[in-house]
Design a protein around this ligand. Structure first.
Ligand SMILES: [Zn+2]
Length: 708
């Protein structure tokens, strides 16, 4: 699962918070009723005795803030973010996430402003207005999708259903998604295959939610996600006329079917736990020709499905071998009923924003409540990789961000790359051979900052049909989707396009990530809010905000996973064997340090699970501090103040365990642990022995540079 091998600056926590809120749980709830949630209940018991957390108070936990603001020398993060933390004790909060709607709000304003002209904006306007016309959607109900459901219903065997699925006039691929993506940037584009799950996003969590686990926090996250998905699917089944008993049995059937093969898909965090080299090994075994792919999964009409997706002409395909074999195992006549149900559920799920959902008033109100937390439905109809997510992202950068933003960030990214080169060159523990390979990796790293290097798809040929000419949200959805397939088809077999990863994700998302398999960093437009970037901001804020993120992502190129893959995305380690063990020692030291931090009485941070992200944070901060050191009169107070406020967060107790179980450290640790490893807090902020931020020189961990 190549697309899963991404490491982002934010990940799971954001998704989980959203899931719990959407399911009717409240992110701002302070009731500590998380059943079986050991950390949370421990917190309730111990808070009566005093504030929890060592060596720093766990200041991101709601209700755990001291009345007095601490000195920066004792707790850098809490000192600078104190006002935010104090203001959000009751409601919970996350400064960064609070700004992620800026792209949405700005582009909706442009769509609604009829005086703004332009082809792409017109396309957005057509689809947005059609999807916003709820009266018409409700009147139309399922009528536009019904002919497809009828065709599925009419099948009486798996062979017949297979024939429907691969028919030229059946515009859905309910089980497989396929994305064009280079697997070696010196070669041609390949096609990356993923399962198209109903219950969760394979791209984000892989099969994690389907796997048996004793981890109560993971179970809770999975249950919340399934509850959310089922709320929608159950409304979809109801809209087809099913009664509540049949709906429950149908949900159980599709869940079981998806679990049977989904649990074989690995998630991104898997490789942190496995031995060094496991990622490279899987990458080698997960590349196929079309013949090999089809022979691994002979029960499923793979070749015809890929032909329908216009991706059957690729020289190479990548997919998880383990998952493919499991998927083949469940694609049997025995599972025909479940497959048929799943096919209908997927078609309904895909078309949801573009049709009505004829259900009871009660169901309709329940769904409306969930939708409220997801934002305007008409916007979501446009913010879809099959429709106009790329257009929204491009419009935001071109029309809404300060002029020159892209150029300034491109320059900053290059400066960070150069800084890493210097740091690696001045590192004593690494051999010349490894140094050269890291340098090669940095030289060939693709910097997709605010746009993919190859540009977005050209939407000038897309002509959606306005309502007065008979166009509907549904018909235009299918037009957009076909347009996307045509754009992708042009890339199959072509020389590697290094910005490809953006065509399979919504660049409107508030995130940044490193992609291991094409050696690219990706700063998505959705990430660039007024919190992290302002016109005319000084070097201090530029480095503490976007600079730190860019530094973090670049360093993933040579972290535990990144070091298993070469400059071109091929599975060849970039360190010599001797250097691998030295590098792993550094990682182990860092993990050990994190594991010594007590989040709650008796609950320690899990340094090993955090290894990739803590290493990226450490190196990211080092890189920007290197640049800071070269700037005259650099204001370190401004720098740490800004950084702490960007990562300001208050986690309500019921969500705390899930945050603590993420592969990213808690936000207060992302600032404090890394700051104490480097000179500025000692030489510029005056931290000395006896202060809470002090760490003895021989205890400080650095991976790169002359002090490493
Ligand atoms: Zn990361």
């Amino acid at each position: 699962m190549r697309r899963l091998r991404r490491v982002a600056i934010l990940a799971f926590t954001m998704v989980l918070a959203f899931v719990l809120v959407a399911c009717g749980g409240s992110a701002s709830s302070t009731d500590g009723s998380a059943a079986g949630n050991q950390s949370a209940s421990t917190a309730s018991e111990t808070k009566a005795k005093g504030l929890v957390g060592k060596p720093w108070i766990t200041s991101v936990l709601a209700g755990n803030l001291p009345i007095e603001q601490p000195e920066a020398k004792d707790d850098l993060y809490m000192h600078y973010a104190y006002d935010y933390l104090a203001d959000h004790q009751l409601t919970g909060g996350n400064a960064m996430e609070e700004h992620f709607n800026e792209l949405r709000d700005a582009t909706i304003a442009l769509i609604k402003d009829e005086s703004k002209k332009g082809h792409d904006l017109e396309q957005l306007r057509i689809l947005y207005n059609q999807a916003a016309d709820t009266e018409k959607l409700n009147a139309t109900g399922l009528s536009e999708v019904q002919p497809y459901l009828d065709r599925i219903d009419a099948t009486t065997s798996l062979d017949e259903l297979n024939a429907v699925l691969v028919a030229n006039d059946f515009p859905f691929s309910p089980f497989i998604s396929a994305q064009v993506k280079p697997s070696d940037t010196r070669s041609t584009n390949a096609v990356s295959l993923n399962p198209n799950f109903l219950l969760c996003n394979a791209d984000i969590v892989g099969g994690t939610y389907y796997q048996d686990t004793d981890d109560q926090m993971a179970q809770k996250a999975a249950e919340a996600q399934f509850a959310l998905a089922n709320a929608f699917t159950s409304a979809d089944f109801e809209s087809m006329g099913m009664d509540s008993e049949s709906i429950q049995s149908a949900l159980a059937k599709v869940t079981e079917f998806e679990k049977q093969h989904g649990k074989h898909l690995q998630s991104n965090s898997t490789y942190v736990k496995k031995d060094f080299g496991a990622l490279a090994q899987d990458m080698r075994s997960d590349t196929f020709t079309l013949e090999e792919l089809c022979s691994l999964c002979p029960n499923f009409p793979m070749r015809e499905t890929l032909a329908n997706l216009k991706k059957d002409q690729s020289e190479r395909y990548t997919a998880s071998r383990q998952w493919l074999e499991a998927f083949n195992g469940v694609w049997t006549e025995e599972n025909f009923d479940a497959i048929k149900l799943m096919t209908k559920a997927k078609v309904l799920s895909e078309t949801r924003p573009y049709r009505g959902t004829p259900v009871s008033k009660e169901t309709s109100e329940r769904i409306a409540k969930i939708n409220e937390s997801l934002g305007p439905a008409a916007y979501r109809a446009c913010d879809n990789i099959n429709t106009l997510a790329q257009v929204l992202a491009k419009t935001y950068v071109d029309e809404c961000l300060p002029a020159g933003t892209k150029e300034r960030l491109a320059q900053l990214s290059q400066e960070v790359v150069n800084t890493y080169k210097d740091l690696v060159n001045n590192t004593k523990w690494i051999s010349e051979e490894s140094k050269q390979r890291v340098e090669e990796k940095l030289d060939h790293m693709t910097l997709n900052v605010l746009e993919p290097v190859d540009g977005y798809f050209d939407y000038s040929g897309l002509n959606l049909v306005p309502t007065d000419q008979g166009g509907t949200a549904f018909s235009n959805y299918l037009v957009c989707k076909q347009y996307r397939y045509d754009c992708e088809a042009k890339l199959v077999g072509q020389p590697a396009s290094k910005g490809c990863i953006w065509y399979g994700i919504a660049p409107t998302t508030g995130n940044a990530f490193y992609d291991v398999e094409d050696n690219s960093i990706n700063v998505l437009p959705g990430y660039l809010t007024s919190l992290v970037y302002k016109d005319g901001m000084g070097i201090e804020e530029l480095l503490s905000d976007v600079g730190f993120t860019i530094g973090h992502e670049i360093s993933h190129g040579f972290d535990y996973q990144g070091a298993q893959v070469d400059a071109y995305g091929a599975p060849n380690p970039i360190f010599t064997e001797a250097d691998v063990s030295k590098f792993l020692d550094k990682n182990a030291k860092l993990a050990e340090y994190y594991s010594s931090i007590e989040l709650m009485p008796g609950v320690m941070a899990d340094g090993k699970r955090l290894a990739a992200e803590t290493c990226a944070d450490l190196c990211g901060l080092q890189a920007v501090l290197e640049i800071a050191g070269k700037s005259e009169n650099f204001d370190y107070v401004k720098f740490f103040n800004s950084m702490s406020n960007i990562w300001a967060q208050v986690i309500p107790e019921p969500l705390f365990a899930a945050h603590a179980a993420d592969t990213h450290p808690l936000n207060y640790l992302r600032i404090n642990v890394n700051a104490q490893m480097f000179d500025p807090i000692y030489s510029k902020l005056g931290v000395a022995e006896g202060n809470g931020m002090y760490l003895a020189p021989d205890k400080r961990i650095v991976v790169w540079g002359p002090n490493a």
